[in-house]
Design a protein around this ligand. Structure first.
Ligand SMILES: Cc1ncc(C[n+]2csc(CCOP(=O)(O)OP(=O)(O)O)c2C)c(N)n1
Ligand code: SF4
Length: 446
């Protein structure tokens, strides 16, 4: 933990200038106040504090604070935070998100974060619903809640019990708080941050829009948990829990996880790693790479075509499907050349790409559901150029004449595709600057 400063900071020092876009009355406002108050109480150094979240209404919270923030991917906040803490053990890392983010799509990360016991503080703002996507049931929703059109007769399955899960999986600090008691909550949060290892706080934070009945939580919440460092005693207390008991349930004594000293360092010399990955002297191995390169490119284009179809972006879906066809044709041409060569079957880890994936595979972040045909051409152009560079490198480095000849031919073919694609820009001119603005977004909090 990083303690600062001769002048005692105030909660407001940890708030950003952004005005939260949560619905009026949403419990998350008070959670924000409790967190900033806890930061002030501990006098955390802002530059040494990082706040990581996933996706959801609650996951917007880092932007409303003035510490470093990372609004990451749905369900992946704990993975991001774990990586961050491992790389920068000097930082105080706080993680927050919703019950959907943390227990549904991110449920697996939650189990392993508890057992790994990295020194993080994880605050789940639990409203027993997916707020941001307009009110679907989450893993903590009551089995008989019938207000969602998706589950008109209720989810019909028992809600999970986050505190029980955290205890059995090995979290070192476990508590429950309530947004309606921001002072009590800020004390719990401060204790959690100061406690070593993985600290988990379930905060009951009403979604007044999709679960208006949760306004009654203020009359249902009650104290009762007293901290113990005995997991059996904590388990016994949970047997009597009605899901509204608040306080610190468990404060364990396990040491935090830290990176073993012998951990290998990531490669830093890219040029060296490129050489190691691409010097290919065997014709069969080279053709196995060429086939995989085209087939993987086609598969990713097909996935993108499907995804665009789902978003009703038909023109772009068709163009991606066309790109997939081209890649499949190229794969067939490579296969024809390989007909009298024994091409080994390589396991995924046996491929020697210069990066993590075949060079013509579209990056996941290159797509956007509102993208235009112009962007598809940009994406395809980048892929073909990378393919061309890959083949040119192989031709340059190999000691086998046949591989050199084939790789040079493929590089030339890729160059032809690049030239061809460049002409396509005339067919699909650049879109207006506001192409990414959605006139009918999935949910707007403003
Ligand atoms: C990979 C992925 N799947 C689904 C979504 C859609 N999505 C956005 S937020 C959300 C659930 C939010 O619920 P919760 O985590 O409980 O947070 P709340 O909005 O209630 O605060 C979902 C399913 C997404 N953004 N990304
Ligand atoms: S939808 Fe619910 S969780 Fe989201 S801001 Fe509104 S009240 Fe809060």
């Amino acid at each position: 933990m990083n303690i600062q400063a001769p002048v005692a900071p105030k909660a407001n020092d940890y708030k950003s200038d952004l005005k939260p876009v949560w619905c009026p009355g949403c419990g998350d406002y008070s959670v924000l106040s409790a967190i900033t108050k806890a930061c002030a109480e501990l006098a955390l150094v802002k530059e040494k504090t990082a706040f990581v979240s996933g996706i959801g209404c609650s996951s917007r919270i880092p932007a409303y604070t003035s510490v470093y923030g990372f609004h990451s991917v749905h369900g992946r906040s704990l993975a991001v935070a774990t990586g961050l803490k491992m790389a920068r053990p000097d930082l105080t890392v706080i993680v927050a998100g919703g019950d959907g983010d943390g227990f549904s799509i991110g449920g697996n990360h939650f189990l392993h974060a508890c057992r790994r016991n990295v020194n993080l503080t994880y605050i789940v703002m639990d409203n027993r619903v997916y707020g941001m996507t307009k009110g679907q049931a989450s893993p903590t929703t009551e089995s008989d809640w019938t207000e969602s059109d998706l589950t008109p007769e209720g989810p019909g399955v028992s809600p999970i019990m986050p505190l029980q899960l955290a205890l059995t999986c090995g979290a070192n600090f476990i508590a429950r708080g309530f947004s309606g008691d921001p002072n009590g909550l800020s004390k719990i949060i401060a204790e959690a941050i100061a406690h070593p290892g993985f600290s988990f706080i379930q905060v009951l934070s009403p979604c007044v829009t999709f679960r208006p009945e949760q306004r009654d939580w203020k009359s249902m919440i009650h104290g009762g948990f007293e901290p113990t460092n005995d997991p059996r005693e904590a388990a016994r207390r949970l047997l009597d829990d009605d899901m509204f008991t608040s306080g610190i349930l468990y404060a364990g004594t396990k040491a935090s996880f830290s990176v073993p000293k012998s951990m290998p360092k990531p490669a830093t010399d890219l040029a060296k790693s490129f050489k190691r990955f691409t010097a290919m002297d065997d014709v069969g191995e080279f053709l196995a790479h060429a086939l995989a390169l085209e087939n993987e490119a086609a598969t990713r284009y097909e996935e993108l075509a499907d995804s665009m179809k789902t978003h009703n972006n038909k023109e772009v879906a068709e163009l991606f499907a066309q790109m997939a066809d081209f890649s499949r044709k190229h794969a067939a041409e490579v296969a024809a050349r390989a007909s009298n060569v024994t091409v080994p079957h390589l396991a995924p880890w046996e491929f020697r790409w210069p990066g993590n994936e075949p060079p013509e595979t579209t990056d996941n972040e290159a797509s956007h559901y509102l993208m235009k045909p112009y962007h598809v051409i940009q994406v395809a152009l980048r892929n073909e150029t990378r393919g061309q560079e890959f083949y040119a490198q192989v031709a340059d480095m190999t000691r086998n004449d046949e591989v050199r000849k084939l790789a040079a031919t493929f590089a030339l073919e890729e160059a032809t595709h690049v030239a061809e694609l460049e002409k396509w820009f005339a067919r699909f001119p650049a879109p207006k600057q506001d192409w990414a603005e959605d006139s009918d977004p999935a949910n707007s909090m403003e």
